[in-house]
Design a protein around this ligand. Structure first.
Ligand code: GLU
Length: 443
């Protein structure tokens, strides 16, 4: 059996970090098993689906490295859905209903008021052909429901939740076709899972009862029922996540300087019994991925934890991993290696480049001290040993040590009180600028 998974977003909004988790898990299952990963755009809701959202979803997935092998759009497969609809009607598994939204709402309220579950009463099944014809002649177009086999127990072995069962009599016959003729999510999703040979349907646990219904639809159509896995939903730790943190939209999180591999590393382990660890690329995540490690408990999303992953990722990158990035303009390997241990966001490398290479107004705490230190600067080519040689001389000559020794020099050279190790950045600043800055001159 070829493993084929699918990520099936509806392009009705930006890509939520919780959906990225679903996409990633689907991607990892496919890659782990040498299978295929499909992107399916569930865009049958023509009012809410927008082309720009479809583009953003594709762009975000590409940025994350979650490349799909197959892509399909439901809006291009309407004929196929119509064909299956006709088959299900002919087989007596779909029936027309004429209640308005208000009628249904009223029925629901009455049942809830009596303490009963709001299950559709199948009143439409009792309508005679004459009544139906009259309703249609009067301008009521029907919506269509799937007729569940109410006598059966539906069960499957969920790959995350374990054995799961539903009594069909506790479920409402779902609406598959709206009164305007458009299919709801239920039918196209099942048809596509059959037609694209999806082996594993992996999605959030909010779909568990849909799965029970869809299993009966799979059987009614005559398709093979795939494996199912329902992961717990992601919850945010402190309630709402602020705009500054990028909210839940992955594009905004990226714009806040969070690395794709920080997101992938974090999400691949969120809600599992394994520790969250930085991974250099998706292949490494695939190697260490095991669906059975996902737990039923809710997955807590804490932006601070994701943010903490960012420097860990940046610190394991090699120059080649990042050299073509926009943030790396004018940065050579030596510069990257020197500043890398101090980066929490890659864009900061440009600030350090400016500090080392552009004109800077030094911050002078002790003018006599920094000026006399400048007189001891070594001649000739500077390298990583220059700092050690020089600072020992300064220490001997001035008797200063520790913070008293380093801090005035750091502030004179960089105008900051923290940053990369001075032994790394001294050669990058170079002798002319170092001398001038130690003497309080802009350079
Ligand atoms: N479009 C559905 C959603 O975003 C897909 C659910 C599924 O994976 O079947 O919830």
């Amino acid at each position: 059996m070829t493993v084929i998974t699918r990520f099936a977003p509806s392009p009705t909004g930006l890509l939520h970090i919780g959906n990225v988790r679903t996409a990633l898990i689907c991607y990892l299952i496919a890659r782990k098993n040498g299978g295929k990963f499909m992107l399916r755009l569930d865009d049958t809701d023509t009012e809410r689906s927008k082309e720009e959202y479809a583009e953003i979803i594709k762009e975000n997935l590409t940025w994350l490295g979650l490349e799909w092998d197959i892509i399909a759009r439901q809006s291009e497969r309407l004929e196929r859905y119509e064909e299956v609809k006709q088959k299900l009607i002919a087989d007596g598994r779909m029936y027309p209903c004429y209640e308005s939204a208000e009628d249904l709402d009223m029925k629901r309220k009455v049942l809830i008021g009596r303490g009963l579950p709001p299950i559709y009463d199948r009143a439409a099944l009792d309508l005679s052909d004459d009544v139906k014809q009259k309703l249609e002649a009067d301008g009521t177009t029907p919506h269509w429901r799937f007729k569940l086999d109410e006598t059966s127990t539906i069960q499957w072995n969920d790959l995350i939740k374990g054995p799961t069962r539903f009594e069909a009599k506790n479920l409402s016959d779902p609406v598959l076709i709206r009164a305007n003729g458009a299919p709801t999510y239920m039918l196209p999703s099942t048809i596509d899972d059959i037609d694209f040979d999806i082996s594993h349907v992996v999605r959030g646990e909010d779909h568990v009862s849909n799965t029970a219904i869809q299993i009966q639809i799979f059987e009614a159509i005559g398709g093979k029922v795939p494996e199912f896995a329902h992961h717990s939903l992601m919850k945010s730790k402190g309630g709402k996540i602020s705009k500054r943190e990028g909210g839940f939209d992955v594009g905004a999180i990226r714009d806040n300087g969070i690395e794709a591999m920080a997101i992938n590393s974090f999400l691949a382990r969120l809600g599992t019994s394994d520790p969250i660890e930085p991974r250099l690329n998706l292949d490494e995540i695939v190697d260490n991925f095991d669906l059975s490690r996902f737990t039923k408990g809710s997955a807590i999303y804490d932006f601070i934890e994701l943010e903490r992953m960012n420097p860990k990722i940046l610190h394991i990158f090699s120059y080649t991993d990042v050299k073509n990035r926009e943030e790396m303009q004018d940065i050579d390997e030596e510069f990257f290696n020197s500043v890398q241990p101090n980066l929490t966001h890659l864009s900061e490398i440009q600030e350090w480049h400016q500090i080392c290479k552009d004109e800077l107004a030094p911050v002078i705490d002790d003018a006599d001290f920094t000026a006399s230190a400048s007189k001891l600067l070594p001649e000739g080519e500077w390298d990583e040993n220059t700092w050690g040689e020089w600072i020992n001389k300064v220490k001997e000559a001035t008797g200063k040590k520790g913070k008293e020794l380093f801090m005035p020099i750091r502030k004179a050279l960089t105008a900051r009180d923290n940053g990369p190790e001075l032994k790394h950045i001294l050669p990058l600043i170079g002798s002319a600028k170092t001398t001038a800055r130690l003497n309080g001159q802009k350079a």
